[in-house]
Design a protein around this ligand. Structure first.
Ligand code: C2E
Ligand code: MG
Ligand code: MG
Length: 637
């Protein structure tokens, strides 16, 4: 066997290892990986054919005619590889960007020229022929073919030089090396005659490229099979280079923690996997990115007809109920469409929007927000509030205020709602409407919940509230607290510590808590009920599905939200709604509190509608303990 055969065998072995490795190791998601995969197959084909003709057909008893055919195909494969190289470079520049027309035309010209020579060779054997000794030799016209190869080289180097600024250093070097290797082989072959190192040169070139693209895997997120944030960084670079021809749709599953805690990790992971699959179906695979924490980014080209409609239709699909491992769940998804570069031009901006989607309490699902309408600057305040919460917890400066609840029948105050107040040295007063959702988001609400309950229990221990005509205090429970399995034990522990009569505590739960996994909640409620603590359903009328909860869970009281009362003064239908709600709740044998009573007119109306209790500024604002007791002394005397 001569050197050519050693080279060919060696190249085949490397090609096979490469192919196996590519298939085993990489999820060939991106176009650049796909192009590389095809290229490696061509290289293997080239090497196999090279082995055949390297043996001059003799080893296989191949006739001279067959050697000519195989060698022609071999030369065709060479053209395919040289063409593939240029496409490979393009695939690294931007996975969606097509080759510039001029480059495509030049490639076509070179290929046609090469094919023309090969066809002509059938008749005149000017490129190569099999001599009398049965050896394959180059003809005098072979130089014409070398001109074509030089043409490919010029196209390759010209294009690579033009686009190299979009490539990172390792790709750049790998592509230059890959460019040079086949030609080094060809030149060696030219000078060394019968030795064929060309195939080896090509193989080593593609090997180098493969080895320098470990990112193929690093770019894929294994939990969703989409591209990850490193891929997005590259993508943004190329989007910028291409003149920002894309929109970015950022998607966040707001209830990530609840989904995870409630349905378990398996269901949560499968949900993300299914979501990713759906997104990849809606837009191409190279345009879906997963950034962890239930955050997706989808790139939509600007030339799409109606980008906003497309974004909305994607969101609608995400919000449909999902069936995951036989569990039906409806995630809470929020999304924003960002125009680039106005709204976002780098990862930092994208992360900011996602963070904003994750935390802003007022955001609704079911609608894609426009980036320009979102006040991302609010994030700064959000950070400050988080710090203020930490300070308040450290300095135990949270205060509980009490808002009286008036009984219509007894015409006096019979209960009160405990409402948390935060006065920060730096930020001043921050409303619970603002800081409670933030504390729910970062989990601090659990500690805050304990602080409030302890403070209420301490108050109940120190004050005989019955002396003031008060029967119980209502304490707000957050969604997150409701989902804690050891909630009953903790409540019991605190009540025992302060020797509080459980009937003096009523826990308020809002519908957002109810919308989550009901089993844990129902179990918690039953256990806590057994201790003698009662429950109120807070903010009735603001959610979608209060009715089922009211029918199935052991509520003693329903608190009608202030917005319902207020709108009843604005339109007749709301008035009918309020009246019917009151009647229905009474018939369900629950007591009714209406919140937000601000005027005598409101109080009178509620009286005529026959609700049990009223709460609002008309009676009193939430007051600090001393002022509250003072108020009671006067009001209930
Ligand atoms: P909520 O539980 O529905 O509490 C009633 C809110 O309505 C209180 O707002 C109260 O000050 C306000 N309000 C009562 N009467 C009137 C009125 O006549 N007019 C107007 N305009 N407002 C009235 P606040 O204290 O700002 O609390 C807002 C929300 O923050 C509460 O809504 C509750 O969801 C949450 N929150 C407050 N304290 C706590 C707490 O200790 N734990 C938890 N988890 N949430 C709390
Ligand atoms: Mg409340
Ligand atoms: Mg309320």
């Amino acid at each position: 066997m001569n050197y050519s055969l050693y080279f060919a065998v060696c190249s085949i072995v490397i090609s096979i290892i490469l192919i196996t490795s590519i298939y085993m190791k990489y999820r060939m998601l991106t176009k650049e990986n796909l192009v590389l995969k095809i290229l490696v197959w061509f290289v293997l084909g080239f090497n196999l054919l090279d082995l055949l003709v390297g043996a001059n057909g003799k080893a296989y008893e191949m006739s001279g005619g067959w050697v000519m055919v195989v060698n022609s195909i071999l030369w065709l494969f060479r053209q395919l590889i040289l063409t593939g190289y240029v496409i490979c470079v393009a695939s690294h520049v931007d996975s969606r960007k097509k080759l510039p027309r001029a480059v495509s035309v030049l490639l076509a010209v070179c290929n046609l020229y090469g094919i023309g020579l090969l066809v002509a060779n059938i008749g005149n054997e000017c490129l190569f022929c099999v001599n009398d000794a049965g050896n394959l030799i180059n003809g005098t016209g072979a130089v014409l073919y070398y001109i074509m190869e030089f043409g490919f080289f010029l196209i390759g180097i010209g294009y690579l030089t033009a686009v190299q600024k979009y490539l990172d250093m390792s790709r750049r070097i790998a592509l230059y090396i890959f460019l040079v290797m086949p030609y080094a082989g060809i030149i060696l072959q030219y000078f060394m005659g019968s030795v064929h190192p060309e195939g080896l040169g090509i193989t080593l070139g593609v090997l180098w490229l493969y080895l320098n693209l470990p990112k193929a895997d690093r770019l894929v997120d294994p939990s969703t099979n989409t591209l990850n944030q490193y891929a997005l960084v590259n993508k943004l670079d190329s989007v910028e280079a291409m003149g920002w021809e894309e929109h970015t749709l950022v998607i966040k599953f707001r209830d990530r923690n609840v989904l995870k805690d409630t349905y378990g990790l398996d269901v949560y992971r499968k949900l993300l996997w299914d979501v990713a699959a759906l997104l990849m179906k809606r837009v191409s695979k190279e345009n879906v990115f997963y950034l962890g924490d239930a955050r997706f980014v989808v790139m939509i080209p600007k030339n799409e007809k109606d980008v906003m409609e497309k974004a909305n239709s994607i969101l609608r699909e995400l919000q449909n109920p999902w069936n995951v491992y036989n569990t039906e769940l409806t995630p809470w998804v929020v999304a924003a469409l960002l125009e680039m570069p106005q709204d976002a031009k780098n990862m930092n901006d994208i992360f900011n929007y996602l963070e904003y989607l994750a935390i802003m309490p007022a955001l609704k699902d079911g609608k894609v927000y426009e980036g320009k309408h979102l006040d991302v600057a609010y994030m700064k305040r959000y950070d400050e509030i988080e710090k203020a919460i930490d300070r308040a917890l450290q300095q135990t400066s949270f205060e509980v205020h009490y808002q009286p609840i008036y009984s219509q029948k007894e015409k006096r105050i019979v209960a009160a709602e405990a409402l948390l107040r935060m006065h920060d040295d730096e930020m001043g007063y921050v409303s619970p409407e603002e800081f409670i959702p933030i504390a729910e988001k970062n989990g601090k609400i659990i500690t805050i919940g304990h602080v409030v309950l302890e403070s209420v229990c301490q108050f109940l221990q120190q004050t005989n509230i019955e002396d003031y005509g008060i029967r119980y205090i209502e304490v707000n429970l957050s969604t997150l607290e409701c989902m804690q399995e050891d909630l009953p034990r903790e409540i019991e522990e605190i009540m025992n510590r302060y020797q509080v009569d459980p009937s003096q505590i009523n826990l308020e739960i809002t519908e957002t808590a109810l919308a989550q996994k009901q089993e844990i909640l129902a179990e918690n409620m039953d256990k806590i009920n057994d201790m003698g603590v009662t429950f109120s359903l807070d903010d009735y009328g603001t959610g979608y599905s209060t009715m089922t909860y009211m029918m199935t869970l052991p509520f003693k009281i329903v608190k009608i939200d202030k917005s319902i009362l207020w709108s009843s003064f604005e339109n007749e239908r709301a008035m009918i709604g309020l009246r019917a709600s009151i009647q229905m709740i009474r018939e369900m044998n629950m007591e009714i509190v209406v919140e937000g009573v601000e005027s005598e007119g409101m109080a009178k109306r509620l009286e005529s509608l026959g609700c049990d209790y009223q709460q609002g500024f008309y009676y009193s604002r939430p007051l600090p303990v001393d002022a509250f007791l003072e108020f009671l002394r006067k009001y209930n005397k």
